[in-house]
Design a protein around this ligand. Structure first.
Ligand SMILES: Cc1cc2nc3c(=O)[nH]c(=O)nc-3n(C[C@H](O)[C@H](O)[C@H](O)COP(=O)(O)OP(=O)(O)OC[C@H]3O[C@@H](n4cnc5c(N)ncnc54)[C@H](O)[C@@H]3O)c2cc1C
Length: 387
């Protein structure tokens, strides 16, 4: 028997989260979009309130101070996050790189525990101007010099870099070993030789800034290495499934549901030719397609999340989720704008924002093309029954 019902505890958590988003975050959306930042005092207030309700760092394990949620529950929370702005979600609930869990000894006290407690922010820097999809092709180098490492190179598009107190950064420690020659380092914001470069303004996700990082002979002691030497790429990739299922899959389903709700309301209200536009079969067809695709994506997210919780490694399914959910969101956003007509294109309605925000989901955390390649490789190697 397959039981799709949610435990009462999960239902209560989602109820609390929905109320918090409705009462504490959504009232600030217009201001955040217009000013393109979250006021620091507002960010502090939201984080304090979220922490009081146990809503901060929910996906991190309990033993480090997190909420210890399962992957399924975290995906359901991410679905709720989709009903508000990314920047507000980050400020209120945290956006913590999971590879911080590889901290050992003093690193735990300095980076991991304060981040999970919401006292400091840590950003993840892997992408470089010449190495995005090809994460193993980075050129930022960490050269050994006595007991230290000296880092030179640059990163770009690093989310929340302007607010981060510290960074996890990948750098090549042994160029002869390819992907296995890349290590991860913990870098304090004030490290000499390290600067945060310009903000790179994006089409959407306004108020979450993305920046360049520049390393010019930045010297680090060996103790700043995160995890074993040569494991930098592996660390990032071993935790990325959670991101792809939750922050992309679950979030995309939530954003699409919001677009769907707005579209239903408008189709029921807006009149042309003396009748509601929802009476026109072509508008109905758009609504039906939107709902069907959202349902399919939601089931995919939850199935792959459940398998992850069972200790399985549904890698091809995670790629299908990342690919399908993000493309579904694009199609739903496009139809929602169409249903709203000129108002969909007008900045007075939230549709154009959501349309712009939706676009990047097909690009980051592995572009659609990369995930299609992963799915196809898995099929050709393991066959259809492997799914
Ligand atoms: C808003 C935003 C936030 C981000 N935040 C972060 C962050 O916090 N930290 C971080 O490290 N990075 C971050 N990134 C970077 C992001 O992960 C990369 O943009 C993404 O991996 C794609 O890399 P790229 O932009 O260099 O595109 P490219 O890799 O240059 O790809 C360009 C095109 O070529 C296609 N392509 C490339 N290789 C193949 C292939 N083998 N087969 C078929 N098609 C291929 C791609 O699918 C794409 O269509 C962020 C990006 C954005 C836009």
């Amino acid at each position: 028997m397959i039981d799709f019902s949610l435990p009462q505890e999960t239902q209560m958590l989602l109820e609390t989260l929905r109320r918090f988003i409705r009462e504490e975050l959504q009232p600030h959306e217009a201001e955040v979009e217009e000013k393109q930042y979250v006021r620091p005092e507002l960010a502090r207030e939201l984080r304090t309130k979220a922490k009081e309700l146990g809503l901060f760092a929910m996906g991190l394990p309990e033993e480090v101070g997190g909420g210890g949620l399962s992957t399924v529950d975290m995906c359901l929370c991410e679905e709720e996050f989709g009903f508000t702005k990314d920047a507000l979600v980050r400020r209120a609930f945290g956006a913590i790189p999971t590879s911080l869990l590889n901290c050992v000894g003093e690193q735990r006290d300095k980076y991991l525990l304060p981040t999970v407690a919401g006292e400091i922010n840590v950003a993840l820097g892997m992408t470089e101007p010449n190495a995005g999809s090809d994460a193993a092709g980075i050129k930022t180098a960490a050269r050994r010099d006595g007991d230290d490492f000296v880092i030179n190179g640059s990163k770009h598009f690093i989310s929340d870099a302007d607010l981060a107190d510290a960074f996890i950064v990948t750098a090549v420690t042994d160029p002869s070993k390819g992907a296995k020659g890349i290590s991860a380092f913990l870098i304090d914001r004030d490290t000499p030789g390290f600067t945060i470069g310009r903000i790179q303004y994006m089409m959407g996700l306004r108020a979450t800034n993305h920046c360049e990082l520049v390393f010019e002979d930045a010297r680090l002691p060996q103790s700043q290495m995160l995890g074993p030497e040569g494991s930098g790429l592996f660390q990032a990739l071993s935790t990325i499934n959670q991101v792809r299922l939750g922050m992309v899959g679950g979030r995309a389903v939530g954003m699409a549901r919001k677009l769907m709700q707005l579209s239903i309301d408008y189709a029921n209200e807006r009149k042309q030719f003396g009748q509601k536009i929802g009476d026109f079969q072509m508008v109905q067809a758009m609504l039906a397609d939107m709902a069907t695709e959202i349902f399919a994506a939601r089931m995919m997210v939850l199935n792959a999340a459940w398998e992850t919780d069972q200790g399985m490694d549904p890698r091809a399914k995670v790629s299908m989720v990342k690919y399908y959910a993000s493309e579904m969101l694009g199609r739903v956003a496009d139809k929602a704008v169409q249903i709203y007509g000129g108002m969909g294109y007008c900045r007075e309605m939230p549709l154009e924002q959501l349309y712009r925000d939706a676009r990047v989901y097909r690009i980051f955390d592995g572009a659609s093309d990369i995930h299609r390649a992963v799915i196809a490789r898995s099929l050709l190697k393991n066959g259809e029954m492997s799914l």
